[in-house]
Design a protein around this ligand. Structure first.
Ligand code: XMP
Length: 517
């Protein structure tokens, strides 16, 4: 186990993923943890992430100096590097040179533990105002940049390492190599963590938790719930009943896809509940995004409880209560919903923040520690078909949060048609692997003037939001070819009545999020 201490920016998740890419299991812990709490988990190594603070700022986060004397191999990056330097008697100063983005790094010791196997001149990703100007006693300085005299240091004896740059960012050319040097050589960890282990471990854990009792699982049509359900099915077989709530906020053809493909692949028993009218009624008159999310999350659970009663009635002969509910919650959902202290609650992901307090089930969340790409691997491992495993992420609240404004059946119908066209054209152009996902958003509260045929129109815009991402934590807008954009735009305005304009969202995340709500 490697613990990544989160100093409050979003770097910690990326670091945790990179560690796992090196086939070493990692978890993120908040910076409010004391050194004692960290050491209690018996980590094989600790990584201190970057963060937005200055080590001089009042209340600047820190880990107790005991950590540095514990002998547990520790690697500080950016803020974590400065915090380590300061705690051990080095000097951190406000320098006048802010370094941001790609920066040339001069390595003075390419035989050092961290730089072993990488060149003397390399490009790294920097993002800092303060800098370490003097390393603490006992440390060897191994690199510098034009603006930072001490850009990396290490002390093999105390097993402490640090760099000013961000090795976890892809723009740091030898970042992964450096991380592996730390994990394999400094900490002596073997790369043994794989998705097969995850399946074995989770199957055993689920069996243990569930025993002979019954479980229900909500399928959303997405990758996460499908993989979670397949895992539970593998663990407890017929004790699992899947419930698929058709909340009416799904995309075209999705209900059929779940009913057909998923059942064929897993053989689970599936009950589809048609709750379309109920969700529409609950959402009537509601435009506020957070309110919509809360309502959808709440209704979802209520429908499950009803389905549970029905399943129980049907299985009256067996008479066993359903005690567990499976959720496909992922690690980033947990962290983004404020799961780590010092991390802002950006949105209430409906399967984390939006659950009602009087929930009647115990939760089984077998993917709670996994990132999306890992979930896909687990799904493939479980034999799920490609169409399910490689699906674009689709939010639990569905099209409900892709209509800016009130959700109505008419608007859903319109958005479904526009979305189907966009998906069709992206697939036809062979772009599915290039984009992470492409939300199609209806600006229902906005109208603009157009001209079609001989007449004036006063219709709604559709927004295309194609993004490239590795984990949805950060994303860039995908530069789709103009011809593809043109085809989508022409088809949507021709084929979807009520839409007279198609616009492209050219914003990265941050500052925007991927979804509009
Ligand atoms: P944002 O909009 O936060 O989205 O940049 C990040 C990723 O999460 C998906 N998303 C959700 N998934 N329940 C989910 O299961 C939700 O409430 C939810 N909200 C956003 C979004 O599609 C993107 O992939």
């Amino acid at each position: 186990l490697v613990l990544v201490v989160d100093f409050g920016a979003q770097y910690a998740q990326l670091i945790a993923r990179r560690v796992r890419e090196a086939r070493v299991y990692s978890e993120i812990v908040p910076h409010t943890w004391t050194a004692e709490q960290i050491l209690e988990r018996k980590p094989a190594a600790v990584i201190l992430s970057g963060g937005p603070s200055s080590v001089y700022a009042e209340g600047a986060p820190n880990v107790g100096a005991e950590l540095f004397g514990s002998g547990v191999p520790t690697f500080g990056m950016c803020y974590g590097f400065q915090a380590m330097a300061r705690a051990l008697g080095g000097v951190v100063d406000h320098t006048n040179t802010r370094e941001y983005g790609r920066t040339a790094l001069a390595v003075s010791d390419t035989a050092s533990t961290l730089f072993e196997g990488s060149p003397a001149q390399q490009t790294v990703w920097m993002s800092h105002g303060d800098a370490v100007v003097a390393a603490p006693d006992g440390f060897k300085v191994t690199a510098s940049t034009a603006g930072t005299p001490v850009a990396a240091f290490e002390d093999d004896e105390r097993r402490l390492y640090g760099v000013q740059h961000h090795p976890e960012v892809l723009h740091s050319e030898f970042g992964q190599r450096m991380l592996e040097n730390f994990l394999y050589h400094a900490a002596g960890i073997k790369p043994e963590w794989t998705t097969e282990n995850v399946v074995e471990e989770q199957v055993a854990a689920i069996r243990e938790q569930v025993g002979g009792r019954r479980v229900i699982c909500g399928l959303s049509g997405g990758v996460d719930s499908a993989v979670a359900a397949a895992l539970v099915q593998r663990a407890v077989g017929d004790q699992l009943t899947c419930v698929f709530v058709d909340h009416g906020l799904l995309r075209k053809g999705e209900v059929e896809q779940v009913e057909r493909d998923f059942v064929a692949a897993t053989g689970v028993s599936l009950k589809t509940v048609d709750a379309r009218a109920r969700f529409l009624a609950a959402l009537e008159g509601v435009s506020d995004p957070e309110q919509k999310r809360k309502i959808i999350g709440r209704e979802f659970i209520r429908v499950f409880e009803q389905a549970e009663r029905e399943i129980l009635a049907e299985a009256a002969a067996e008479g066993e209560p359903v005690e567990f509910l499976v959720q496909g919650t992922l690690y980033p959902d947990v962290v983004e919903s404020g799961g780590g202290a010092g991390t802002a609650n950006i949105k209430s992901h409906h399967n984390v923040g939006g659950l009602p307090e009087d929930l009647q089930f115990k939760l089984i969340e077998p993917l709670r520690k996994l990132f999306k790409d890992e979930v896909r691997k687990v799904g493939a491992e479980l034999g799920l078909p490609r169409e399910i495993v490689q699906r674009q992420p689709f939010p639990g609240p569905g099209l409900g949060i892709r209509i800016v404004g009130e959700v109505t059946e008419e608007r859903l119908e319109l958005l479904r048609d526009a979305d189907a066209i966009a998906r069709e054209e992206l697939t036809a152009a062979g772009l599915d692997d290039e984009i992470w996902q492409c939300p199609v958003v209806l600006l229902a509260d906005v109208r603009s003037v157009g001209v079609q045929g001989d007449g004036r129109t006063y219709g709604h815009p559709i927004v295309l939001r194609p993004v490239s991402s590795e984990d949805a934590m950060t994303a860039d807008w995908t530069r789709l070819p103009y011809e593809v954009l043109a085809r989508i735009s022409t088809r949507i305005t021709n084929e979807v009545p009520g839409v007279n304009r198609v616009v492209l969202d050219a914003t990265s995340k941050p500052p925007a999020t991927i979804e509009w709500e």
